[in-house]
Design a protein around this ligand. Sequence first.
Ligand code: BT5
Length: 337
Amino acid sequence: MKEADTPSIDGEKQPLEQRMLELFRGRNGRVVSGEELGTALKVSRTAVWKHVKNLLSQGYQIESVPSRGYRFLAAPDVLTSLEITSGLHTKRIGCQISSVRETESTNLLAFRLAENSAPDGTVVIAEAQTGGKGRLGRHWESPPGVNLYCSVILRPPMSPVRAPQLTFLSAVAVARAIEEVAQLQPTIKWPNDVLLNGRKVAGLLNEMSAETDTIHCVVLGIGVNINMERGQFPNDLRQPATSLFLEKGVSINRVDFTKALLTALDVLYEDYLSHGFPGIREEWLSRSTIQGRRVSVSFGNGEMVGVVSGVDNDGALLITRGDGTQDRVLAGDVTVL
Ligand code: BT5
């Protein structure tokens, strides 16, 4: 599971090992003989052992019981494509999953895969990022083994001007996954923060490759702090941050969270392709903390103060100023006053 020079989907051996895992799991910890595995998977007993060794090298705990076979003990707490694909029933999102131990940024890796024709719905996941990206060249803290760093390649057949709507789609998907897996109530702050009790638990960085009227691909970059502990956050964050673990008080299974997120993205993306933005905008607004609030928005070289009166069809924030005039803001940082 190392990142190759030319990125590729790490799935060649996967279907067989996936079926092997499913067989083991169906036995609930009982011993399965090598012969039975070989017959079910249509491979020799030597090949069975080779695949068991592969699973062991990925951190699965499988006991060899002399003269009887193998007993599955536990799956590793790692975000491998093997673990995530097992039991994932999505139509498009996660049709291919590439998981790596470490990369500079999953968004960069996703663009490299997209250049090599990775299909709509391809997902890239890393256990750690050495150069995780926020917006405007900012850094995203990405320690190994505790969080989720993923990027989803989308190729929606639509005009590039609609691409900002997909940030709303990913924010709603993250919020739904948090509710489902951690039973917590997140809120969303325009344009790309998901918060728990006012602290940032997830950030979104959507990037696009496009020509005037055609999208080549949009990469939805999603970082969620899952089991990050207080001491793992740097002191100089722009706003208070948290993790699902810190809010909930118990650690959250990262594989379950990732599956819930990919499922939510899949449902929302299908809905978006068939019915457009209105449903997503409505859900986003219902989860937003800034509707009707007086805010200051800073962007590039300026600042604007006013009351948030909504979000338009392009995903722009609508700000009503003191004199009643309305402005549209497409990018910036919002502070509630
Ligand atoms: C974001 O930017 O919130 C977008 C973050 C996107 C990260 C994902 S991870 C997978 C994919 N691959 C990437 O390389 N990126 C995406 P922004 O709104 O600019 O917020 C960045 C600011 O959040 C930083 O300047 C810090 O102050 C703060 N920050 C950094 N790491 C954080 C963390 N883990 N949790 C909360 N806040 C953090």
